[in-house]
Design a protein around this ligand. Structure first.
Ligand code: NAP
Length: 541
């Protein structure tokens, strides 16, 4: 801990993480007139998963004009699907354009966050000292901590080992015998990118993925000119990309049998490149398309047809020296192992570092499965909100749409806190907190899980990172992005208990609230928008 309470910097909001979620939250807070906040980031630059994942071939499966903030449009996207360097540069640009640099605390890893029930604020220990905050926005993301399986013998492997999200660019793969473990979205981009360079590539496939072609192309200078000169053309393009995906959702959530047609297209895609029937059989999934994320690549199958690429249709069982032994007994000697084995999604490590009321961690609260209220708040963790929380993931569209819905919720949360705070300063000041009612959390999750029963993710006959250790789907949103937008437009105070503190330590905090916060404007806006319903406060308190 950084030392004495009064030595710690107090802020109204501490945002954890500076990927799309964290930077988006920072922009939104500023727009709401909240300037007294920090963004805590463990790395030395912004970008989140788009900073960490710099493996060869890393790119996004959602078109560029939809995979970007609506409030920060980029008419100059060079390709229909962006590569990682462009998305990372975009996020750096967002940090500059919206004046976020002064809020960033880089190389600052959150070690522990504890709710102080007396002072009604969060105590945050970081690698660079302590902070206190009225509100915490946890934007650490589900694809943040890499997962490497505990394969017997791995510690004794004499060669090079790394995870797709921690690529070692100093290691030269040329002329090496390389094993790629996994066939998820990361692995199928890495395989075609490195196959031409390595001497031999052996791909360990535990479960074959469904792969559809990816129609990536350069966006012409003419299109870009048009998007710059006539912004409605860019907006129309985004709307079209969004609308097509909204129409697809029903097949995933209500009518998985309709996805059979897509399976035929995916099989035809495979047949174009894979002429060997035995290899085709190994590559053909036995579960409904969409159950796992549908992968997009026009280069994956051609790469598998290369003479220097082998497919082992079996998981990795153990390692004996430099020999990899598959579950089916196949033995392969290699110089390097690349794990494309995904992330800690349903068991995210940050949950061990958040301690709520009665000293319980979020991981303990979520031991039987992650649960939140509207994907944002959790019972027992007042004034704590997460971006891309439980059941906010998507199978077929842009996560930026979901993040922006959550930013609406965050904005209203901060507004409502301000209105509830005695002396109304347009924001929290350590005297008021909102605590999600357990009954509201349960009601929300019952609804979500009821809808989940018919979805392809639960009925499609596969296992995936969407499901937790108990087989419960706590990651995906079982509806359209439009529905989620409507569900998160406002904070319903009936779903929260309003906690009143005794004003411990508010003196300095209140003094730091910047004068430019237009309190009256916020109140008028909230009242006219109908967010302040008379009686709700009494009912909730
Ligand atoms: P992932 O989807 O979780 O895939 C992990 C892969 O590793 C699976 O094929 C899994 O096999 C395999 N695996 C795990 N343990 C194994 C073991 N012991 N032996 C053999 N194989 C093992 O991870 P990811 O590919 O990094 O992707 C994660 C998510 O990131 C994606 O779903 C997507 O949301 C996002 N992403 C997106 C893009 C894009 O937009 N193009 C690119 C990369 C990542 P099983 O299938 O049998 O479990």
């Amino acid at each position: 801990m950084g030392g004495h309470a009064d030595e710690r910097e107090h802020v109204r909001v501490a945002v954890v993480g500076s990927g799309f979620g964290g930077l988006g939250a920072a922009v939104r807070l500023r727009r709401e007139g909240v300037t007294d906040f920090v963004v805590l980031e463990r790395a030395d630059s912004v970008g989140g998963t788009w900073r960490d994942n710099e493996y060869p071939g890393c790119a996004c499966d959602v078109p560029s004009h939809l995979y970007s903030f609506s409030f920060a449009p980029n008419p100059d996207w060079p390709r229909t699907f962006s590569g990682q360097p462009h998305i990372r540069a975009y996020l750096e640009h967002v940090a500059d354009t919206f004046g976020l640099r002064p809020h960033l605390r880089l190389n600052t890893e959150v070690e522990m966050m504890r709710w102080d029930a007396e002072a009604l604020r969060w105590e945050i220990e970081t690698s660079k000292g302590g902070f206190t905050a009225d509100v915490v926005v946890s934007a650490t993301g589900p694809l943040s901590d890499p997962k490497t399986p505990e394969v017997p013998g791995l510690a004794g492997f004499p060669g090079k080992v790394f995870h797709s999200a921690r690529w070692d660019h100093d290691y030269d793969l040329r002329g090496k015998r390389v094993a790629m473990i996994g066939t998820g979205a990361s692995a199928i981009q890495i395989v075609p990118a490195i196959a031409p360079d390595v001497e031999r590539l052996t791909l360990f496939q535990r479960t074959p993925p469904w792969v559809m072609p990816r129609t990536d192309r350069a966006i012409s200078a003419g299109e870009r000119w048009l998007h710059r000169q006539l912004p409605f053309t860019r907006a129309a393009r985004r709307s079209l990309l969004w609308g097509i995906r909204e129409l697809q959702v029903g097949a995933f959530t209500k009518h998985p049998n309709r996805l059979g047609l897509i399976e035929s297209l995916a099989k035809a895609n495979m047949a174009r490149s894979i002429k060997d029937p035995a290899l085709r059989a190994k590559l053909t999934p036995s579960y409904r398309i969409g159950c796992k994320r549908i992968l997009l690549s026009s280069e994956y199958y051609p790469a598998l047809a290369r003479p220097n690429v082998d497919l082992v249709a079996s998981g990795l069982k153990e390692i004996r020296g430099s020999v990899l032994v598959a579950a089916d007994g196949t033995e392969t000697e290699v110089d390097a192992i690349v794990f494309g084995t995904g992330f800690h999604v349903t068991d995210m490590p940050i949950a061990d570092r958040v301690v709520g009321v009665e000293g319980r961690t979020l991981a303990e609260e979520w031991k039987d499965g992650m649960q939140s209220l509207r994907g944002a708040t959790a019972a027992g963790f007042p004034n704590w909100m997460t971006i891309i929380g439980p059941n906010t993931g998507l199978g077929n569209s842009s996560m930026i749409l979901m993040i922006e819905s959550q930013l609406n919720y965050l904005a209203d949360y901060v507004r409502q806190l301000g209105l509830l705070t005695p002396g109304g300063r347009g924001g929290a000041d350590g005297r008021t907190a909102l605590a999600a009612r357990p009954s509201a959390v349960h009601a929300w999750n019952r609804r979500v899980q009821e809808r989940m029963k018919r979805t392809v993710w639960n009925t499609g006959g596969c296992t995936s990172w969407y499901l937790d250790a108990n087989g419960r789907n706590t990651t995906v949103w079982p509806g359209t992005t439009g529905e989620f937008r409507r569900e998160t437009r406002r904070v319903d105070l009936a779903e929260y208990e309003v906690l009143r503190g005794r004003g411990v330590g508010v003196g300095s905090a209140a003094a730091e609230v910047p004068a430019e916060v237009p309190v009256e404007a916020v109140i008028v806006e909230a009242v006219t928008a109908g967010t302040l319903t008379v009686g709700a406060e009494e009912g909730a308190a």
